[in-house]
Design a binder for this molecule. Structure first.
Ligand code: CU
Length: 168
């Protein structure tokens, strides 16, 4: 069968761009580990304390294995509740050793918020009634900002916390 030269070029271009698209998708999914956040678990947004993970004493950073951590966070206007320290002060900085496996769990008690740790692959939408979870490995040491990237009201720009990834 004879295919015209231009038709051949278009076919190569079409198939080539499809392959390029799939390669970019695969790099994002498997190498950079960017996945859509899970919204499988539901919760009553007016009574989040009823859920084990969001009881006051379970908020913030907890070590659950040799190099494994869970971070439970309540997102609400305009503040990330990371629990309290030993002096009963609200925690605004969490420190995680580099290379640690961390499971972030968060939910909202009011409106939709964002949960992004700038410079990492942690980026979730936080919806009232749903528990957003994301597991990641903190790869690079540094000081990162956890911030809200969904406009949630007049104090939106105050909604931030700090994540320090340190060399143990
Ligand atoms: Cu916001």
């Amino acid at each position: 069968m004879h295919i015209h030269k231009y038709e051949k070029l278009w076919l190569i271009f079409g198939v080539g761009s499809l392959i390029l698209f799939l390669v970019i998708l695969a790099i994002g999914a498997f190498y950079k580990e960017i996945h859509p956040p899970s919204h499988m678990d539901t919760i009553d947004p007016k009574n989040v304390q009823e859920h084990e993970s969001f009881k006051e004493e379970n908020l913030g950073l907890r070590q659950v294995g040799e190099n494994e951590y869970i971070v439970n966070v309540l997102s609400s206007g305009f503040y990330y509740d990371l629990g309290k320290d030993e002096n009963d002060k609200a925690v605004n900085t969490i420190r995680i050793p580099v290379g640690a496996k961390v499971l972030f769990q968060t939910t909202s008690t009011d409106v939709v918020h964002g949960f992004q740790i700038a410079g990492t692959n942690v980026n979730m939408m936080v919806e009232p009634g749903h528990i957003s979870t994301l597991e990641t490995v903190m790869q690079k040491p540094g000081t990162y900002t956890l911030l809200c990237n969904e406009y949630c009201g007049s104090g939106h720009h105050y909604m931030a916390a700090t994540v320090e990834v340190f060399e143990p």
